[in-house]
Design a protein around this ligand. Structure first.
Ligand code: BJW
Ligand code: ZN
Length: 242
């Protein structure tokens, strides 16, 4: 569907919907200056996320992986939510049933005020003990390389879901519940290639939701969605609710 008529249709759907679910990816934070994963500016010392975001990489060289996270923590600490994050947070206040599923670990949705959310890939401002599994918030920038657990002295790792690791079962359960009951699913700024999030659009569609994608470029979701709106999240998303 073309953007003009598509935009009108999405606004009309959102104006009457009582249950809306939002799925976000790195593209929504790109407008705050956080590099995406699969853009050239997301590279650090020529490593790809797939090289560093694995339990094997951390077991092999925890120092290198912590250095990468410190680089990202320093970068993210300087960034602020943009109008798209705020528009999503506003939606939660206006609707009976609203749930945000974010793949982003930067915490910008929380800073913008979202409270009904699942951070399905974790949060860069939390650490988890590799020995006793205790999770703590830790906003030090930079964090001490090879940090240790205050409770048991074990090595801390980022509280992030790496490739090959399972998502938290309560996050998955909440996500599927929100996908199954929503009238509208908004998918904002994700390349749609990382599972299980890549399967969320077809799940919502099969359950009868009106599915909308907002992205700079076409993605594997584009063929499936009811409306695909091409543009920057910070420009398009606030327009949907104005
Ligand atoms: C804009 C914009 C602007 C830019 N405005 N738009 C089934 C089939 C095949 C493989 C698998 C499968 N099931 C599981 C797997 C393995 C794996 C996987 O999916 N691999 C694929 C690469 C094929 N998945 C997993 O391992 C997951 N675990 C799991 O499923 O456990 C069970 C299991 C394990 C093993 C086998 C089978 C089952 C865990 C996935 C965890 C992903 N974690 C990461 C890294 C975290 C590290 C960290 O952040 O520190 O999370 S991967 C990375 O990708 C990060 C992101 O959250 C995630 C998604 O990326 P996203 O957000 O889409 O970003 P980009 O950069 O890809 O795209 C940005 C988009 O924005 C683009 O489209 C731009 O156009 C757009 N954009 N500017 C609007 N201004
Ligand atoms: Zn511990």
């Amino acid at each position: 569907m073309q953007s003009e008529s598509g935009m009108r249709e999405v606004r009309a759907r959102l104006a009457t919907a009582r249950a809306v679910t939002v799925l976000t990816g790195a593209g929504i934070s790109a407008d705050s200056g956080v590099p995406t994963f699969r853009g050239a500016d997301g590279l650090w010392r020529n490593f790809r996320a797939e090289d560093l975001a694995t339990p094997e990489a951390f077991a092999r060289d925890p120092r290198l992986v912590w250095e990468w996270y410190n680089w990202r923590r320093e970068l993210i600490a300087t960034k602020k939510p943009n109008p798209a994050h705020y528009a999503v947070a506003d939606l939660e206040r206006r609707l009976e049933r609203c749930w945000l599923i974010t793949q982003n670990v930067d915490g910008l949705h929380r800073t913008a005020g979202s409270q009904k959310l699942s951070e399905i890939h974790g949060n860069i401002w939390k650490v988890r003990c590799t020995r006793c599994s205790r999770v703590d918030e830790n906003r030090e920038v930079p964090i001490a390389i090879l940090p240790s657990c205050a409770a048991c002295g074990g090595l801390l790792r980022p509280h992030i879901v790496w490739f090959g690791e399972s998502l938290a079962s309560e996050d998955l359960a909440r996500s599927y519940e929100a996908l199954g009951r929503c009238e509208v699913l908004l998918i904002i700024g994700t390349s749609g290639i990382v599972y299980p999030a890549a399967s969320f659009a077809p799940v919502a569609k099969a359950a009868g939701a009106f599915v909308v994608e907002i992205n700079l470029d076409p993605t594997p979701h584009t063929e499936l969605v009811d409306v695909s709106l091409q543009g920057r999240a910070k420009d398009v998303v606030p327009e949907l609710f104005s």
